[in-house]
Design a protein around this ligand. Structure first.
Ligand SMILES: Cc1cc2nc3c(=O)[nH]c(=O)nc-3n(C[C@H](O)[C@H](O)[C@H](O)COP(=O)(O)OP(=O)(O)OC[C@H]3O[C@@H](n4cnc5c(N)ncnc54)[C@H](O)[C@@H]3O)c2cc1C
Length: 430
């Protein structure tokens, strides 16, 4: 085997989704020498909202205004759920450390500390979430106050119809109307994509052209909603500048994937983690892990030659099926990297319920790694597979993050728990 580089570190984080990014952030903030390896993740599909917990029990479809009360109920009902292994005060700290980092990097978030907020979706429905990007926050308040509003869509942008949004919203927000615009200088383009539009708004001249198109449509509206295209890393400046020019507050509505708020999060981590000392091996896959004495050896690379990473500890944040942290063949669900046992329904016919929309969800969405209270995956005998191997994020068993509306919160909180467990183990071992 040709080896291009040998890298030594304390901790290797595998995965570049929300769990892997958050784990690298927490590790760097605690002075741990960290290498992160990963390929494209679900972050670019995500709306940028940071859900904590909105639905429990899933089979009752019960929604919660106060996510912290929901967490109390969940820990009583589901002791194996990953949240039940983390103190509420630690979940708060994990989320707050993450949003402080994002805000310092130019991506500010807003929250009602003890309440979930309602955000308008691209279907015109309302979604409960916890931390909301500042670019969407005016919409949370407008929906609450029901002031006269205008929703704008863009010709050629698929999956975002202002008419559909306003029609669906009318019963809860009667004073909202819709308009369609042409995005400046893209009249000849038939199919519009969010990323070129967002990047074009970095140019002040383009912002002025957009403001000139929107201004005459405002009339009695006191707030304007647009698809989430208000810039990339400069989104707060873009929003402020446009608001100054049109004279009313603006808010973003999440679009279909790929999502600009998701891309903003990914780019922020990719730019800022190296400044904190994290060494990134993105666009790379870990193909093999072995252990030699007290050291993990990770072979990294899509083709030979590969890099070899020597690490004292590993956090596995490789996601579920989309991320390829779990693999399902015709009979069974496997964890492909270390062949760890996967909690799963007994036989394949039990993976999915007959009705795709069954409110109880599908058993396959509870599959994943079983862990102990220190977030160490268990081996076949129910003991930790290794003292220094930890897992975080959607690869963990006994949670259906999509139905419970807890995706990013779970990824962040479990990453925090895994990093702190690694710190404890290393300080114990000197
Ligand atoms: C469409 C969509 C919308 C969403 N909307 C929201 C939302 O509104 N609010 C919210 O809170 N959350 C949302 N989420 C969830 C959130 O974005 C995360 O997906 C979730 O939190 C799980 O993150 P994760 O890091 O555990 O897994 P993933 O995001 O799946 O990341 C796993 C990572 O591991 C990498 N990997 C796997 N195997 C290897 C290997 N061998 N070597 C190297 N790397 C490897 C993958 O490439 C990937 O980078 C949404 C997700 C999707 C898909």
């Amino acid at each position: 085997m040709d080896v291009e580089t040998e890298i030594h570190c304390d901790l290797a984080v595998i995965g570049a989704g929300m769990a892997g990014m958050a784990a690298s952030l927490f590790a760097a903030n605690r002075g741990i020498d960290t290498v992160q390896i990963g390929i494209a993740s679900q972050i670019i599909f995500s709306s940028g909202l940071l859900d904590l917990l909105a639905v429990h029990p899933v089979e009752e479809g019960r929604t919660w205004d106060n996510p912290w009360e929901a967490l109390d109920r969940l820990s009583g009902d589901l002791p194996d759920h990953p949240y039940s292994r983390i103190k509420k005060s630690h979940i708060r700290k994990a989320l707050s450390e993450t949003v402080v980092f994002l805000a310092d990097s130019g991506l500010a978030y807003q929250v009602n500390e003890e309440r979930n907020s309602h955000v308008i979706t691209s279907l015109g429905t309302r979604k409960q979430t916890y931390y909301v990007p500042r670019t969407m926050w005016n919409g949370v308040q407008a929906l609450h106050e029901k002031k006269p509003g205008l929703i704008i869509d863009i010709r050629g942008l698929r999956g975002f119809s202002a008419r559909q949004i306003t029609e669906t919203l009318k019963p809860v927000w009667p004073g909202v109307r819709h308009e369609r615009i042409e995005f400046p200088d893209m009249r000849s383009v038939q199919e519009m994509y969010t990323e070129p539009m967002a990047r074009s708004l970095a140019v002040p001249e383009n912002r002025k052209k957009l403001a000139d198109i929107i201004r005459p449509l405002i009339k009695d509206a006191r707030i304007v909603g647009v698809p989430a295209i208000l810039g990339m890393q400069d989104s707060q400046d873009v929003q402020q500048d446009l608001e100054d020019m049109i004279g009313v507050p603006l808010f973003e509505i999440p679009t279909m994937p790929p999502s600009i708020p998701g891309l903003r999060i990914r780019e922020t981590f990719e730019m800022k983690l190296p400044e904190k000392g994290v060494r990134l091996k993105y666009r790379n896959r870990v193909s093999r892990i072995s252990k030699n004495n007290d050291e993990f050896l990770l072979e990294v690379g899509n083709d030979a030659p590969v890099s070899r990473i020597h690490a004292r500890g590993v956090i596995l944040a490789t996601g579920r099926f989309l991320g390829k942290g779990l693999y399902a063949d015709r009979k069974t669900i496997r964890e492909p990297l270390l062949d760890l046992p996967v909690y799963q329904p007994g036989v394949r016919p039990e993976w999915h319920r007959f009705d795709f929309m069954d409110p109880r969800g599908h058993l396959i969405n509870q599959a994943g790694l079983e862990i102990d209270n220190r977030f160490r995956p268990l081996d076949g005998s129910g003991k930790p597979a290794d003292d220094n191997l930890f897992a975080a994020g959607s690869i963990l068993a006994h949670q259906d993050w999509m139905r419970m509306k807890c995706g990013s919160g779970l990824a962040i909180a479990t990453a925090y728990a895994a990093v702190n467990a690694f710190l404890k183990t290393t300080s114990k071992n000197g």
